[in-house]
Write a protein that binds this ligand. Structure first.
Ligand SMILES: [Zn+2]
Length: 134
């Protein structure tokens, strides 16, 4: 199975476990990490809205807690939106564990992927060399 198909299936399975009673906008994410494992995440909302978090955050948390630190590829899917892009905050969070050429796959319900690189998703980003200039 191609990596994009594996990430699609994992992200879709994660989306089914989303806790999104307020937005009713379930999102799933799946990361292929450097250790060869796939880490899943879904959005988890809270009545106090700012306390909820995105699917990408859950997947990153699962990856880090398992001991992996590098995202090889990541896939995202939303039930109600084809090719749902990560929000601005998640772009920065993904970048923390990614490279400019890391591939991000945005899926539609059929598993078709719209793929872009980290650099395309977050150009002119805030990176280590940005804060090393001090
Ligand atoms: Zn987000």
């Amino acid at each position: 199975m191609a990596v994009t198909d594996t990430l699609f299936e994992a992200a879709r399975a994660a989306m089914a476990r989303a806790y999104a009673p307020y937005s009713k906008f379930p999102v799933g994410a799946a990361i292929l990490a450097e250790d060869g494992r796939v880490y899943e995440g879904a959005n988890i909302e809270n009545l106090a809205f700012p306390q909820g978090w995105c699917a990408e955050c859950t997947a990153i948390g699962a990856m880090v807690m398992a001991g992996a630190k590098r995202i090889v590829e990541i896939g995202v899917i939303a039930e109600k939106m084809a090719f749902c892009p990560p929000c601005g905050g998640c772009r920065q969070k993904i970048l923390e564990f990614a490279s400019p050429d890391t591939r991000i796959h945005l899926y539609d319900a059929a598993g078709t992927a719209r793929t872009m690189t980290m650099d395309e998703l977050l150009p002119f980003s805030f990176q280590t060399d940005t804060i090393d200039r001090g």
